[in-house]
Design a protein around this ligand. Structure first.
Ligand code: SF4
Ligand code: SF4
Length: 296
C-alpha cells in the first residue's frame, strides 16, 4: 500500500513503526482543543466498502455519491484509479460540522484508524500478508497529549475497524499484488483501468454489467446468483473483486461458458461485416450522387 492510502492528510512527520502489542497514548473527543482540525485538512482515500457505507448513510445511489462526494486520483505510476473524499476549497471535508463528523457511524476506514496508519506487507516468498501499524504525530493533533494509553488492538476495536478490515481485505490484497507484480505487468490499457474503476467503486455500473445479456452469455452462473447481484450491494462488491482477479490477474474462480470467447469473436465478425457492407453501400451512394451532380 502507498502511505497516502492510510494517512488521512499529508504530513511532514515520519510515522513511527508500532511493534505488535504496542500501546499508544492518545484520545480524541469533543473536549480536545483541536476538535475537528484533522477533518478541516482531509485527504481521505476511499475503499469499495467505505463507498457503500457512505452512500447508504446519505441515502443516495453509488453514482450520485461518486459524482457529488468524491474526486478521482491515480494511486500509482501506472494510473491505477483511486477515489478520495471531496473537500471544499480550503481542504475541509464536506462532512465536518460544528458537532464533528456528520457521517460518524459510517466514516471511512482511514478516519477510523487515524492517528494509526496501517499497511499490508508481504515477506519475500510468502503468500500471506501481514498488517503493520505506525503512529502519525502531527503538531495540530493534541490527542497525543491526552492521558490515556490504549493497545493498538483495543483502539481498532473501539473504532470498529474490524468489519472494515475484513471487507476491505481481498481488495487490498489485490492492490498489494498489483504493486508487487507491477513492472512485470506494465501499464494497463485504458479499458483495463476503466474496468478496474467499475469493479472497485462504481457498483451501480457493475450491477448493470453483471446483469447484461453479454455477461450472462459469457459466464456460467445460475439465476440465484443474478438475484443476489441485483439485490445485495455487499455481495456485488465482493464479486467485483473476484471479477478483477479473474480478468486482470488470471485467477479463475468464475466459471466461463464453453466457447463464450469464440462466440463473441464470431458475433464481432458479423457486426464488422455488416458495418463494412454499410460503408461500401454509403460510398457507392456518394459516388453516384457526385456523378449526378457532375452531369447536371
Ligand atoms: S468523513 Fe468524518 S471523520 Fe472523516 S474527514 Fe470527513 S468529517 Fe472527518
Ligand atoms: S485530537 Fe487529533 S484526531 Fe482528534 S480532532 Fe484533534 S486533530 Fe483530529
Amino acid at each position: 500500500m502507498s502511505e497516502k492510502f492510510d494517512i488521512p492528510f499529508k504530513s511532514s512527520f515520519v510515522p513511527a513503526v508500532l511493534e505488535p502489542g504496542a500501546k499508544i497514548k492518545f484520545n480524541c473527543h469533543k473536549g480536545v482543543s483541536c476538535f475537528n482540525a484533522c477533518c478541516k485538512h482531509a485527504d481521505i482515500q476511499l475503499t469499495p466498502y467505505d463507498i457503500l457505507r457512505l452512500k447508504d448513510n446519505l441515502g443516495v445511489s453509488v453514482t450520485e455519491f461518486l459524482k457529488d462526494h468524491t474526486v478521482p486520483f491515480e494511486m500509482d505510476k501506472d494510473g491505477l484509479p483511486g477515489v478520495k473524499l471531496r473537500t471544499d476549497n480550503e481542504g475541509a471535508c464536506l462532512f465536518v460540522n460544528d458537532e464533528g463528523c456528520s457521517v460518524y457511524k459510517d466514516r471511512p476506514t482511514a478516519c477510523r484508524y487515524y492517528p494509526i496508519g496501517h499497511m499490508a506487507m508481504r515477506e519475500a516468498g510468502s503468500s500471506e500478508d501481514e498488517a503493520r501499524y505506525f503512529l502519525i504525530r502531527e503538531d495540530h493533533c493534541k490527542g497525543h497529549e491526552e492521558d490515556r494509553e490504549i493497545l493498538v488492538d483495543e483502539y481498532r476495536k473501539e473504532q470498529e475497524v474490524e468489519v472494515y478490515d475484513q471487507l476491505n481485505r481481498e481488495w487490498l490484497q489485490l492492490m498489494l499484488k498489483k504493486k508487487s507484480t507491477g513492472p512485470a505487468i506494465g501499464r494497463p490499457s485504458d479499458t483495463s483501468l476503466q474496468f478496474f474503476f467499475m469493479c472497485s467503486y462504481d457498483t451501480d455500473r457493475l450491477r448493470r454489467f453483471v446483469l447484461s445479456d453479454s455477461f450472462k452469455a459469457s459466464y456460467d452462473l445460475d439465476e440465484k446468483f443474478y438475484q443476489t447481484m441485483e439485490n445485495e450491494d455487499l455481495a456485488l462488491m465482493q464479486f467485483g473483486t473476484r471479477l478483477l482477479k479473474q480478468v486482470l490477474f488470471g485467477e479463475v474462480t468464475i466459471p466461463v461458458k464453453d466457447n463464450a470467447t469464440e462466440k463473441r469473436i464470431e458475433e464481432r465478425k458479423e457486426i464488422l461485416e455488416m458495418r463494412r457492407k454499410a460503408e461500401v453501400e454509403l460510398h457507392k451512394q456518394k459516388q453516384e450522387q457526385q456523378m449526378k451532380d457532375a452531369l447536371s
